[in-house]
Design a protein around this ligand. Structure first.
Ligand code: SF4
Length: 625
């Protein structure tokens, strides 16, 4: 690890201590950031990205990472900042970070040194805000990050099994920055520096605030009191908030109003490039003695874009980043790869070039105006919107340029790919199959029953089947032994045993095996969570079946893992329960399940080593899915 005595290091990172402030000649900060994650100075982590951004604009910023929230000491280390404190729970909602889908406490935390849990509080934004209020009386407190962003309106909270008020009300923060916060936070800090009181900052895009009087021209949502105990009103409010386009939203909370201003416009390519070219140290702060798992996952990967047009019902990351894809220039991405290549520990492998969905890089819209007025929740489902220029070859060109960087031996695409888009992106598909797939290609159809896929806002199962056939034909042509590992989800709203049986039969028919089943977790603010809470699809008004039975969730999981001997008994029970005993022979075959794809002479999946190399499993990695 790094040596604290190295004075150069004191100015390499954003200050976290008095000594680092002094090394820069600072006696006071302008903005203090508080984060629930350990401090990794890398553009994949939100707080360091924002801190570097403000630093580049001339502000003196510091970071307090994973402070003890039970007393003021950690918050006071660098003194009272001049303008404000900006608070985030970190890259994940703290409750998602702390608990499994079964509400059991997790023992690990990928964003903490040594991967140990317990370094941040439950409901971190609320706890940190209370601590900061106690430490710095009267100082403006701005909250942001995924926890604040997705809880900005009244929302269902799975862990308390109740509808909670906007986090602005519960935290008592002055202002909330939602989405990717660079533009909004820059405006907030600039205006505070100009002498405006925080109560006057009511017109900044990408922010929300609490007020005693609602703006006249806003779209008024049902009040918290109206939707708190009425699932129909809750579903209506969700749909209304999603479909208003770029209008100001108001939601009454008692005698006050939560006001959510329209989102910030997409960032221009040049601005995004500038952001990623800031002087990141690209490693954890020198004070840490143990590795940080989330950093190890993304260390040799490059983010090419942000945003996702998919609108998958369960996805929180895409909702946080927004539906407009914002891409960096090819030059900027290549410059970052060259920077990685100069790292003495670089071994020649770029583990990922991507974003929330890898093959959305470079996809632009034909008419901006149509998007601003759009009420669709997905740009790709049920059909790919004609306003999208999906046939771009920029993604393929980018991969080619990255491959050509001297010293780069392998470039993988570990971020998810959308196979509905790939059908119109032949260049990207060819590049992917020829150069960027190791032994196993991981794809995330999430389910393989069309009824359920429609609820999830995912493409039909037949498209996945076509993709599998294309992939296998390519294997035969190239004489390769690569396999596909589908990622599937159990317990999603609308997921019935019938859907899971159909999904298992699909897997069997295509001789596919799932490595791990993800259990649906109702994370705050998503469409799927709305359906979980209300049992209603808020856009169609149709009833959605929600599986609350532990036994049936177990059966759903077993069906997806049909190839495991331990699944046999629960599968037979599930088939009998559904009156589909006749499917047992097809599904279980009466004998051994089919051999997995890509199986080599050793009995282990071919190129299993590449799976270990491709450490970026993407789940829980900042900015990826
Ligand atoms: S107009 Fe098309 S591309 Fe634009 S937001 Fe709507 S669905 Fe997406």
């Amino acid at each position: 690890m790094n040596d604290r005595s190295d004075s150069h290091q004191l100015t390499t990172f954003i200050p976290t201590s008095r000594a680092e402030m002094t090394a820069r000649g600072w006696t006071e900060l302008d903005v203090l950031f508080v984060s629930g994650d350990a401090y990794v100075d890398h553009p994949s982590f939100g707080i360091p990205l924002l801190a570097r951004w403000l630093e580049s604009l001339g502000y003196r910023v510091g970071i307090v990472a994973q402070p003890d929230w039970r007393c003021a000491d950690d918050f006071l280390v660098m003194g009272r900042p001049r303008l404000c404190v900006a608070i985030s729970s970190g890259a994940m909602d703290s409750m998602v970070n702390h608990y499994t889908a079964a509400r059991k406490k997790r023992r690990d935390d990928a964003y903490t040194p040594g991967g140990q849990s317990g370094a941040r509080p439950n409901r971190a934004v609320i706890a940190y805000t209370a601590a900061v209020r106690g430490a710095f009386k009267g100082l403006p407190v701005i909250i942001g990050g995924i926890e604040a962003s997705l809880r900005r309106l009244a929302h269902y909270d799975y862990w308390s099994d109740q509808v909670r008020r906007s986090i602005l009300v519960d935290s008592k923060a002055d202002l909330l920055v939602y989405g990717m916060g660079e533009q909004a936070l820059e405006a907030v800090v600039r205006r505070l520096a100009g002498g405006e009181p925080v109560t006057g900052l009511t017109d900044i895009r990408g922010t929300a605030y609490l007020t005693n009087s609602a703006p006249a021209d806003a779209e008024v949502l049902p009040a918290f009191s109206a939707l708190e105990n009425d699932v129909t009103v809750y579903a209506q409010a969700f749909a209304q908030a999603e479909q208003v386009g770029e209008k100001t939203l108001v939601q009454p909370h008692g005698k006050r109003f939560v006001v959510v201003n329209p989102p910030t416009p997409p960032m221009k390519e040049g601005v995004l490039d500038a952001l990623y070219q800031l002087p990141f140290a690209r490693r954890p702060h020198f004070s840490y003695q143990q590795p940080i798992p989330a950093f190890e996952q993304i260390r040799w990967s490059v983010t090419s874009h942000r945003g996702c047009q998919g609108g998958c019902a369960f996805c929180a990351i895409a909702r946080h980043q927004g539906r407009r894809v914002q891409s960096r220039s090819e030059e900027s991405v290549v410059a970052e790869v060259k920077q990685l290549q100069r790292d003495p520990e670089f071994r020649g492998t770029i583990s990922d070039v991507g974003g929330p969905t890898a093959n959305m890089y470079g996809i632009e819209v034909h008419e901006d105006r149509r998007c601003r007025e759009c009420s669709r929740t997905s740009c790709l489902v049920p059909t790919i919107c004609r306003n999208l220029n999906v046939r771009t070859s920029r993604g393929a060109q980018l991969l080619k340029q990255v491959r050509q960087v001297e010293g780069v031996k392998h470039v993988f695409v570990a971020s998810g790919v959308r196979y509905d888009l790939l059908e119109q992106q032949k260049d990207y598909l060819n590049a992917l199959l020829e150069h960027h797939v190791g032994g196993l290609l991981k794809v995330a159809p999430e389910a393989l029953s069309d009824r359920l896929l429609a609820v999830m806002r995912k493409p039909p199962a037949a498209l996945f089947g076509r993709f599998v056939e294309t992939f296998r034909a390519d294997n035969r042509r190239r004489g390769k032994r690569r396999g596909i590992v589908p990622y599937l989800m159990a317990g999603h709203p609308g997921s019935t045993l019938e859907d899971m049986i159909d999904t298992a039969l699909f897997l069997r028919r295509f001789n596919l095996r799932v490595e791990q089943v993800q259990e649906f977790t109702p994370t705050p603010g998503t469409l799927a969570t709305c359906m979980y809470h209300t049992g209603i699809d808020p856009f169609s008004g149709d009833a959605v079946e929600v599986c609350h039975s532990e036994r049936q969730r177990r059966w759903q999981k077993a069906l997806l893992l049909y190839h495991l001997p331990a699944s046999r008994k629960p599968i037979l029970e599930a088939l009998h329960f559904c009156g589909r005993d006749h499917d047992a022979a097809t599904l279980l075959g009466g004998g051994k399940p089919p051999a997995p794809e890509g199986k080599g002479r050793t009995g282990r999946p071919a190129e299993a080593a590449s799976r270990r190399r491709r450490t970026a499993g993407r789940r829980g990695v900042p900015g990826r899915r």
